[in-house]
Design a protein around this ligand. Sequence first.
Ligand SMILES: [Mg+2]
Ligand SMILES: [Zn+2]
Length: 200
Amino acid sequence: MRLVLDWDGTVTERDTLDLVLQEFGDPEIYERVEAELEAGRMTLNEVIAAEFATVTASLDLVVWHVVEHARVRPGFGELARAHRPLIVSSGFHELIEPVLEREGLLDAVELRANSIEARPDGWRVHFRVAAPCEACGEPCKRGDLPVGVEVVYAGDGHSDHCVSLAADRVFATDELARWLDEQGVPYRPLTDFHALAAEL
Ligand SMILES: [Mg+2]
Ligand SMILES: [Zn+2]
């Protein structure tokens, strides 16, 4: 069994990208592009690029803010040490690793994420996956799932739609849970990682 986790809103209790955009981004652009995403008129990568182009703060300041405010779901440390999960995120190495370090878990997980160039004229995102997925037609996380082994996936949102359909078992919360309900796809509710570990 391989455990694969989304980061924002899944490992973390709140989406840390939203946390950054609320403090350092442009709320009007945020509202507009999130609506475009919901309507299917922009891809997730286009939305993330547009949102972070409005951030001009220094990386140090933003990392400080994230490390100060991001909380991980209860039980994550024990789960990580026991299973060494693969974390696949649409967020950035530069913002995820400091939180893992704070938790003493930098070496307890495998991390795949995008990266950021914190330019003073607007942050630029370097996307890890550029090729469109055959199933959903967008760059997505499906290609990150290991093959030939049972995959347990946990997620909370848009970036988890396609990949969750390819996992053997899914734990879902928030938007992902509502979306899977609409698709008629079964999942277990994600509450905390003590509960998830008990069901593995
Ligand atoms: Mg998420
Ligand atoms: Zn896909």
